[in-house]
Design a protein around this ligand. Structure first.
Ligand code: ASP
Length: 420
């Protein structure tokens, strides 16, 4: 229902303006040529993504330091970290499994009459697991920041925050300093968000010209399978979590609308990070927990990408006429979880990471090039879920820790009033 708030009608609110951008983008995209869209509209969207990603590295560093410093004593940090990692791990494993089961039932790759000849696969060669783990530790934290290596930034920030906290009062000013840096980054995001409706319009119009019906139809069953698996996952996993948190589903959906729309249109959970942090705080997550869980989850918790790993593995195996054994399916779950953890929150990252799963199972990598044709659409679906998973974990851990809804969000940082 349209109600008047003191900041104006809901019809002119920022989320609604973004929605108008989305609808207009679909309509305009259906009529313009792909050349026009590439030259004139894609840059509008790219500019939005660059603006919004500009804040990510400083935001993650500052919020994670302040977040882990503010979590309290070592045993409290331990319990929050365990609850967070367990929620990430369980939801991720359920996601890959649901992807696998739904794909096995819907057979997205069966009867597909597409020649894989001449397709060039982009591949990521999987480094050994030991190397991946060792390289989480940066040799030079400044280099990690410069290169935007998020796992390394996270590792350094959590250790830094832990040390700040263990020094007590002597280092208290640092917690405050990084808290303020995080707040400034959110303020910067709010200013950038004024441009969001135009950015969303550019992104969607461009996507429609590139992925019109002609491109989508042959792989429609793959998209449908990913969609069904995602809806099922949300119903089986997220609805009970929302219930445990004690939120009304509609209240949650309304609160998470903006981060979702950014994720859906940009296909980048990193781009949605700042707005997700703010939205989750407004929904009741405590500051320290949201500041710890959301930047961490943004990099390692990818429920949507996990579903996609399961679905694409079955799809690709079917396209190449391979019968997956139970052991192979189990391997897909394991590799899918690892691949999703290693996926960066940027557009198309999951597609590259499927090669880890495919290589493990022995699926020809040409399948990657086949999926690439519709990957943007699949990315919109999976990034949406990636972002929801982080906010729900922050809310759930806040609930477990008894801090849910106990710290009202500072109104001076509200999106609607970015300049004032
Ligand atoms: N685009 C996704 C994200 O930003 C990652 C992926 O490609 O799976 O969360």
């Amino acid at each position: 229902m349209a109600t008047k708030s003191k900041k104006g009608s809901v019809w002119t609110s920022l989320p609604m303006q973004m929605m108008y951008g989305l609808i207009l983008g679909v309509v305009v995209g259906a009529f313009i040529s792909s050349e026009f869209a590439t030259t004139w509209l894609q840059p509008l969207g790219t500019l939005f993504i660059r603006l919004i990603r500009m804040v990510v590295v400083p935001l993650v560093l500052a919020t994670l330091i302040a977040g882990s410093a503010g979590l309290g004593n070592a045993s409290k940090i331990g319990s929050i970290a365990i609850e967070t990692i367990l929620t990430f791990a369980v939801t991720t494993a359920i996601a890959v499994t649901i992807g696998l089961i739904v794909a096995n039932l819907m057979d997205p790759g069966q009867g597909l009459n597409i020649s894989t000849e001449g397709l060039q696969a982009k591949s990521a060669t999987a480094p050994p697991l030991s190397q991946v783990l060792v390289e989480i530790v940066p040799i030079n934290p400044v280099e990690a920041l410069g290169k935007g290596n998020m796992l390394q930034v996270i590792f350094f920030a959590i250790m830094f925050g832990f040390c700040v906290s263990s020094m007590g009062g002597k280092a208290e000013m640092l917690t405050e300093f990084f808290q303020k840096v995080g707040d400034v980054m959110i303020k910067m995001t709010n200013i950038v968000m004024i441009y969001a409706p135009i950015g969303v319009f550019g992104l969607i119009a461009y996507t429609v010209t590139q992925h019109g019906l002609a491109v989508l139809l042959p792989l429609g069953k793959l998209i449908l399978t990913a969609f069904v698996a995602t809806v099922l996952f949300v119903c089986i996993t997220y609805l009970p979590i929302i219930k445990i948190i004690g939120l009304n589903v509609l209240t949650y959906l309304k609160g998470i609308f903006e981060p979702w729309l950014i994720a859906f249109t940009t296909c980048s959970s990193a781009a949605a990070l700042a707005v997700n942090l703010e939205a989750s705080r407004k929904l009741g997550a405590s500051k320290a927990i949201a500041s710890f869980v959301i930047p961490l989850g943004n990099t390692i918790n990818m429920n949507g990408t996990s579903i996609y790993m399961g679905v694409t593995a079955v799809f690709a195996a079917e396209v190449f006429g391979m019968d997956l054994t139970l052991t192979q399916q189990f391997e897909i779950v394991l590799m899918g979880v690892l691949a999703a953890v290693g996926t960066a929150g940027v557009p198309g990252a999951g597609l590259i990471m499927t090669t880890l799963v495919f290589t493990e199972i022995g699926i020809p990598l040409e399948a990657v090039a086949l999926i690439a044709g519709v990957d943007r659409i699949l990315d919109m679906i999976r990034t949406s879920v990636n972002v929801l998973g982080d906010s729900l974990t922050a809310l759930l851990v806040s609930k477990f820790e008894g801090t849910l809804g106990k710290e009202p969000f500072e109104t001076e940082l509200e999106v609607q009033d970015p300049i004032g």
